[in-house]
Design a protein around this ligand. Sequence first.
Ligand SMILES: CC(C)(COP(=O)(O)OP(=O)(O)OC[C@H]1O[C@@H](n2cnc3c(N)ncnc32)[C@H](O)[C@@H]1OP(=O)(O)O)[C@@H](O)C(=O)NCCC(=O)NCCS
Length: 178
Amino acid sequence: MIQISDTIQLEEISNDNFNALYSLMKEVYPAAYSHFWKDGGNWYVNSQYSKENILKELSEKNADYYYVLFNGEKVGNFRILWNKELEGFSEKRIVKLHRIYLHKNVQGKGVGKLVLNWLEEQAMKKQYEYIWLDAMDEQSQAFNFYKRMGYQYHSHCFLDFELLYDEVRKMSQVYKKL
Ligand SMILES: CC(C)(COP(=O)(O)OP(=O)(O)OC[C@H]1O[C@@H](n2cnc3c(N)ncnc32)[C@H](O)[C@@H]1OP(=O)(O)O)[C@@H](O)C(=O)NCCC(=O)NCCS
């Protein structure tokens, strides 16, 4: 367990404790994104957080997966992909924050900021120079949060998931120099 403040801890997700991830995301994801999807986001959660996909992601090299705990309770999760490439940065040491999700009960209380600050510190200790992530443009809460945290536009693409509404398909890659 990693203590990052008086109230916030990180617990590594592993083959022994991944079971809580699906039920957590079944609650957290639709609260933020159900209106993006024709099926309320069921397909996305069921595929990304299936046992098979979680185990596949846990087996990937150069990746870490954490639960975020607030006062001892699991309230979120995120992944770190060390050395995940971003176009134009192939010569650089660069890390990706992959999917950070916090429960709506703890949003806006500084938890996301502490987690990002912690990750940026870890990356700097390992001599990483840049951090990047994907953010959906129409999720203004997350988009504004990253802007506030100093991330800037790099590029964008349009997601081709069949069940996604057309007007929310835009996803930007944003990055920050550490
Ligand atoms: C996006 C998310 C990770 C942000 O974490 P958070 O704990 O809610 O954000 P924080 O309270 O740490 O906010 C940090 C800073 O961003 C700012 N911020 C947060 N949300 C904001 C918003 N909607 N608009 C403008 N600024 C915002 C805060 O004001 C704060 O600024 P400050 O340092 O000046 O006080 C979290 O809300 C979340 O998980 N949302 C739902 C899922 C999601 O969309 N995840 C992103 C997937 S890419």
